[in-house]
Design a binder for this molecule. Structure first.
Ligand SMILES: Cc1ncc(COP(=O)(O)O)c(C=O)c1O
Length: 416
């Protein structure tokens, strides 16, 4: 078997043209409709959501697209999640069980409501929260479970709901990475009490930044809406600020782009599914490389395409493999966020409100020190996972090149 010289060792790379990227127009489905909607807002001179039409329309259409009754638009995925936590309204020191591999945006709302995040370990194959670990973390302070549908794959929701029902907990779904992912025929975001989406640049639909929270529960919807608008009911008469909220209102410029994006998101997800299937087909038989594991009964929506390598077959660390793949022209991230999120200084040093240590030191909170091995599977996932892009604009040649690059690097590292 002839082994080609790797680009990392000075050989010719498999490709030199960049792959379509979510960082710019090469990999983002934005264009004329967004421009036309934006022009409408500017020409009308109505940039504020009240008095405009786009944010209202976005909320109605987005909720409708998922078969939900209420949509509350906001300024980011972080704010959409904060709005959900604000709607659930934990007492200071109450606990919300969530995932240790996620964006800080999942945790910010919990901490700002002075609730305490508690981390459940992850399934080594799907990278989503293990029900048995969630159950182990339940205390009499637990208020909610926030599941994170990581990389575009749904968490295992049936057991999550069994636990939630048993302990009377709310379920918040973080769907930032998982538009139209399915769990046993149900869409993520529609199963829990509240579903939260991000419209940040890299997400399946984007306004640069933006977010939306959906729910079928009228009371939660009302609280969520007030929470995102200073606690202000917007009814004629005196301004009654009903409770402490924020200004997370989406503006009409963002709403205009969101309305254009809504018409595209299903197609983006479908095209990503085709691209992911094509990549899997190319790499399925490559010795030493494990394509992503998709849980039975689930449909992935491929925010990223996570692979691992078998180190008993390949003489390489995930870092060496990822670096070599990147040099071949196929950008590969290794270890995603690097460490469990609870290892960040905000948690380790309680860098929160002055030197108070709140909410961890809140009189109602149980003393807590987050330790590296609180979630052993998570440490191993972060050591192993190699994330490739998966984009709606990938062509046949792009997926061929990805397949060729993976094969080339794997062959090079194959143990003799
Ligand atoms: C899983 C997850 N949760 C929350 C967020 C926060 O979203 P945003 O960046 O729009 O605030 C992100 C996005 O980065 C995310 O990937």
């Amino acid at each position: 078997m002839e082994v080609e010289k790797l680009a990392v060792d000075g050989g010719a790379p498999v490709r030199t043209d960049p792959l379509p990227s979510v960082g710019n127009k090469s990999g983002r489905d934005v264009g004329d409709q967004e421009i036309a909607n934006l022009a409408e807002v500017i020409e009308a001179g109505r940039l504020f959501r009240y008095g405009g039409e786009f944010v209202d329309r976005f909320e109605t259409q987005f909720a409708g697209m998922l078969g939900m009754n209420h949509g509350i638009a906001s300024t980011s995925g972080t704010s959409a999640l904060h709005v959900a936590v604000g709607a659930v309204n934990p007492n200071p020191g109450e606990e919300i069980i969530t995932a240790p591999i996620t964006d800080m945006g999942s945790l910010i709302g919990i901490l700002f409501q002075n609730a305490v995040p508690v981390f459940a370990d992850l399934d080594p194959n799907t990278y989503t929260m293990m029900p048995e670990s969630i159950e182990e973390r339940i205390t009499d302070r637990t208020k909610a479970i926030m599941v994170v549908h990581l990389f575009g794959q749904s968490a295992d929701m049936d057991p999550v709901f069994d636990i939630a029902r048993k302990h009377k907990l709310k379920v918040i779904e973080d769907c930032a990475q998982a538009y139209f992912a399915e769990y046993k025929g149900r869409l993520v975001g529609t199963m829990g009490d509240l579903g939260c989406f991000s419209l940040q640049q890299s997400k399946h639909m984007t306004t640069g930044d933006g977010g939306i929270t959906v729910t079928n529960d009228d009371a939660l919807a009302q609280r969520a809406r007030l929470f995102s608008d200073k606690g202000w009911p917007r009814e004629p008469g005196a301004r009654g600020y009903m409770f402490l909220g924020l200004n997370y209102r989406m503006n009409e410029l963002t709403g205009a782009v969101a309305c254009a994006q809504i018409g595209k998101v299903k197609s983006v997800v479908e095209r990503r599914r085709k691209a992911a299937d094509a990549i899997t087909e190319r790499i399925a038989d490559v010795a030493g490389v494990n394509p992503p594991f998709v849980r039975e009964g689930c449909r992935h929506s491929w925010w990223l395409y996570p692979i691992t390598i078998d180190e008993s077959i390949l003489e390489a660390t995930p870092q060496q493999f990822g670096t070599a793949l990147t040099k071949e022209g196929v950008p590969a991230g290794v270890g995603y966020i690097g460490k469990p999120i609870y290892m960040a200084p905000v948690f380790q040093e309680a860098q929160t409100y002055g030197n108070s240590g709140c909410p961890f030191t809140c009189p109602h909170a149980s003393p807590r020190q987050y330790k590296p091995d609180d979630c052993p599977n998570t440490l191993e996932i972060l050591r192993r996972v190699i994330t490739l892009g998966c984009n709606e604009f990938f062509t046949e040649k792009d997926v061929d090149d990805i397949g060729r690059a993976v094969l080339k690097v794997a062959r090079h590292f194959e143990r003799s």
